[in-house]
Design a protein around this ligand. Structure first.
Ligand SMILES: C[S@@+](CC[C@H](N)C(=O)[O-])C[C@H]1O[C@@H](n2cnc3c(N)ncnc32)[C@H](O)[C@@H]1O
Length: 316
């Protein structure tokens, strides 16, 4: 198990910070000059440790989804740990039906683009209109982008962003196979989006933001790329109770959507700080059943739930 920092604790690293208090540099406090130096170097060291941990999380997430893109998913849902779903071809659509997609939606996309990695259906709240420009954060093999493409039509445009090269490669193959002319996939981080300012009408995402070690930047950058009046329509997991340390600090579980969930209050305040209005966060009934399957025996379903998240960038 790896110790992970918790971005909810604004000071940074609960464990590492405590260790650091007793380090050589923080004991150099004989004069106020030295005290100032000690604070500065402590600050730098904490920042460095935070960056290191964030990059460890990112690498673990990228590795996990790279493997899934190449070999398929070993179980059900966003956080597979067992093999509850059986063979790939029949199982994947089953998990998507379980989280809220219709059979028609699942069957309408290129084969292999639905990897069954979602925790809800953002299209249920996105109300996409013909001609709109849509951005999908963490687009995986392209499932939600292909569904969005149908709704925005030829005059609209869909951009999928994902940081895992193997996912982008798969998604591009599917776009080519399905001859989608209004969809493109960009390799990039959702914390630093490869999109221009005020360019997007709607941002969708399915079970991705919980995986980011820097959620504040995700919302800040989402706000930047949205047009005034643009909206967020996101499905993700939220924490319904304080996550116990054995869940919060398990890197494998974090990479499988178990350990990085924020509470409704935390999410709401990050969205508000980023400038969003009309925030609605609605936990989804019935998510216990599929979340239980993500990590059998870990009782994840007692601490996290799937939720629909909506917010709007004000007109001015
Ligand atoms: C649980 S999967 C969901 C995929 C897709 N939304 C779906 O429902 O099929 C998470 C995806 O988000 C991507 N991802 C995770 N963190 C990311 C980040 N910080 N920036 C960009 N992509 C990220 C992963 O590579 C992976 O493809």
């Amino acid at each position: 198990m790896t110790d992970l920092f918790d971005e909810r604790e604004m000071g940074g690293f609960p464990l590492m910070g405590a260790q650091f208090t007793g380090s050589q540099s923080s004991r150099r406090t004989a004069s106020s000059g030295h005290m100032h130096d000690a604070h500065l170097s402590r600050g730098k060291e904490i920042k460095k440790m935070k960056e290191l941990q964030a990059s460890e999380i990112t690498e673990s997430v990228r590795k996990r989804y790279g493997e899934i893109a190449k070999h398929g998913k070993p179980g059900c849902g966003c956080a597979p740990s067992g093999s509850c779903c059986g063979p790939l071809s029949s199982s994947l659509s089953t998990s998507s039906l379980q989280v809220g997609y219709s059979a028609e939606e699942v069957q309408s996309v290129p084969m292999g683009s639905d990897l069954g990695l979602g925790c809800g259906n953002p299209h249920a709240i996105a109300s996409l209109q013909p001609g709109e420009t849509v951005l999908d954060l963490g687009s995986g093999a392209g499932f939600d982008c292909f569904l969005a493409a149908r709704q925005v039509g030829k005059t609209g445009r869909v951009i999928g962003v994902d940081m895992t090269p193997e996912m982008i490669e798969k998604a591009r193959e599917h776009a080519k196979a399905g001859a989608y002319s209004n969809v493109e996939f960009r390799l990039g981080d959702i914390e630093n989006l490869p999109a221009s300012d005020s360019y997007i009408d709607v941002i969708i995402s399915n079970c991705v933001i919980n995986l980011s070690p820097d959620k504040r930047n995700v919302f800040r950058d989402a706000f930047r790329v949205l047009k005034p009046g643009g909206r967020l329509a996101i499905s993700d997991v939220i924490a319904t109770a304080p996550l116990p340390e054995n869940i919060r600090k398990d890197l494998a579980l974090y990479s499988s959507c178990g350990g990085g969930a924020l509470t409704i209050d935390e999410l709401e305040s990050m969205l508000r700080e980023s400038g969003f209005h009309d925030i609605r966060i609605q936990p989804k009934d019935g998510s216990r059943e599929f979340i239980r399957e993500w990590a059998p025996g870990r009782k994840l379903e007692d601490y996290i739930a799937s939720a629909m998240i909506e917010a709007v960038k004000p007109m001015s």
